[in-house]
Design a protein around this ligand. Structure first.
Ligand code: SAH
Ligand code: SF4
Ligand code: F3S
Length: 484
């Protein structure tokens, strides 16, 4: 079979990784990847359910394919990922021309199901059991991790990769769909993780980011031995070729002294910790069932400051959660001011069907108030981040160069006379890189620097970005003839 597939991915890093895996699998089954739905025989939407607008966007994008499907009935349309698991038959009801619905725990079934559809066997669905659909073991087994061969061509860059160490979540925060869509928390066996990391290193990957919804809760039990994230980091650190190791997302209560000292003692581990707090008010945290108080979070934060004073910390906040008063909200502002996060992702609360909050709490903060609080919190976050970034002006930072910046890509796209394609890699363009502590740095460079570690002198900064120039080597002092 030689079919063309197009995949559209939204949602978190886990979804980006799932799409990489699905495409690698489909390629092995004879598919080629195309970059528009129009050219494709098979269009897949890898979806997210975290907020309502993420889902509405998918349904609206699906709607746009209705005519194409009428004109080309053979075009297969699939909805995969978290929304597929959550909505199941509802996807077929809302978009009757969809052929395939596959949850994130059943991704391995996609090639076979597409073949069935192609043979005329009608629409197909593969989803995992819901959290109340049977024994713990049966439910866990129906949510399978999907980590077949890696496909560097599908990654944002070939030298950076996500590596799954854990699936699912057992925290059941009252607002969140993830424990339902991704199923029970399950750690992957350390041998599998290590062998995948070695494959990635052989493929030229220099930075890996370990993924899990609560990645620092990672545990794997084998006979009487238990592996946690700290010991996994120690083993990964031994792999030649891998120079940087990051991990996201952390759960505040599992940020142990042992994990932090491990990060401190292993130079390849990035001093960057994403540890979402969600709110600065104890009452709100309690209704969210986050399992910690503001004092607990601050204790953890101070542990980070003590053990890893150079670390950058980032967070997530939800504004306008059920019952959030102005006073509660001001406590979130106060917490941002105290912690001075490198960055924060701020979200307006969105009711998710099936969650405890949807069943038991009233979504009583008006939309305008949510928007205002969102803007206000973002304003404080950005102001402080800019102040902190400006303090780095004059410093020299080391970056892993990721590639041309968005600006460069915009200016040199095919529409701009294909300059990007003509360039020989030496043309001066704006490049982008990241520091060990995950700060974005833009600088003038050339495309051949992608994948290299470079020292950049910081000249300026905004709230999200450092601006700098490649630190030039003093050619005279190292005794080389001058190039000019
Ligand atoms: N596992 C991660 C977060 C995964 S979801 C953690 O626990 O930190 C990413 C972020 O989306 C969450 O941190 C939260 O801030 C936000 N989020 C989750 N559910 C939401 C909802 N119903 N409405 C608005 N934001 C939500
Ligand atoms: Fe959702 Fe909470 Fe689990 Fe994060 S820890 S995925 S917010 S339930
Ligand atoms: Fe969205 Fe599922 Fe990730 S709901 S945030 S794609 S785990």
């Amino acid at each position: 079979m030689n079919k063309r597939v197009f995949i559209n991915t939204v949602g978190c890093q886990m979804n980006v990784l799932d799409s990489e895996m699905v495409i690698a699998d489909l390629k092995r089954h004879g598919y080629t990847v195309v970059d528009s739905a129009k050219q494709a025989d098979c269009v897949l939407f890898n979806t997210c359910s975290i907020r309502e607008n993420a889902e509405e966007k998918v349904y609206s994008n699906l709607g746009k394919l209705k005519r194409a499907k009428e004109q080309h009935p053979g075009k297969m349309i699939g909805v995969i990922g978290c929304m597929a698991q959550k909505d199941q038959e509802t996807v077929f009801r809302r978009a009757p021309f969809v052929d395939l619905v596959v949850g994130p725990g059943q991704l391995h079934t996609i090639p076979e199901l597409l073949e069935k559809i192609d043979r005329g066997e009608g629409r197909q669905m593969a989803v995992s059991l819901s959290r109340t659909d049977g024994s713990q073991l049966k439910i866990a087994r129906s949510h399978e991790t999907f980590d077949p061969l890696r496909d560097p061509s599908m990654r944002p860059t070939p030298f950076q990769a996500y590596l799954r160490i854990q699936i699912g979540c057992d925290k059941f925060c009252t607002y969140c769909v993830v424990p339902n869509t991704r199923g029970p928390e399950q750690g992957r066996p350390p041998e599998q993780i290590l062998s995948e990391a070695r494959i990635l290193a052989d493929q030229g990957c220099r930075e890996i980011t370990l993924l899990g919804q609560t990645v620092n809760s990672y545990r794997y039990k084998q006979d009487d031995r238990q592996t946690d994230l700290a010991s996994l980091l120690e083993s990964l650190h031994e792999i030649d070729g891998i120079d940087r190791i990051k991990f996201v997302t952390n759960y505040p209560k599992d940020m142990t002294e042992r994990l932090l000292t491990t990060v401190r003692d292993l130079p390849k581990c990035s001093p960057y910790l994403h540890v979402p707090v969600q709110s600065g008010s104890d009452e709100v945290l309690k209704r969210m069932k986050r399992g910690y108080t503001v004092a607990d979070y601050m204790e953890m934060f101070e542990r980070i400051e003590r053990i890893l004073p150079e670390a950058s910390v980032s967070s997530d906040f939800i504004v306008g959660f059920c019952g959030e008063t102005e006073e509660d909200f001001q406590k979130s502002v106060g917490l941002i001011e105290r912690c001075r996060f490198k960055n924060s992702f701020i979200f307006q609360y969105s009711v998710r069907p099936g969650t405890t909050a949807a069943k038991r709490l009233e979504d009583d903060v008006p939309r305008e108030v949510k928007i205002r609080r969102n803007n206000e919190l973002l304003e404080v976050q950005d102001r402080l981040a800019k102040e902190d970034n400006l303090k780095m002006v004059g410093d020299v930072v080391e970056v892993l160069v990721e590639g041309p910046s968005k600006k460069t890509l915009r200016e040199t796209s095919d529409h701009a006379e294909g300059r990007e394609l003509k360039g020989d890699g030496h043309d001066l363009v704006q490049m982008i890189g990241r520091t060990h502590c995950d700060r974005i740095v833009v600088f003038d460079g050339n495309r051949r620097q992608a994948g290299q570690f470079l020292k950049i002198q910081v000249d300026d900064a905004s709230c999200h970005t450092l601006v700098g120039r490649v630190q030039t080597v003093d050619v005279v002092s190292i005794g080389l003839p001058s190039l000019t």
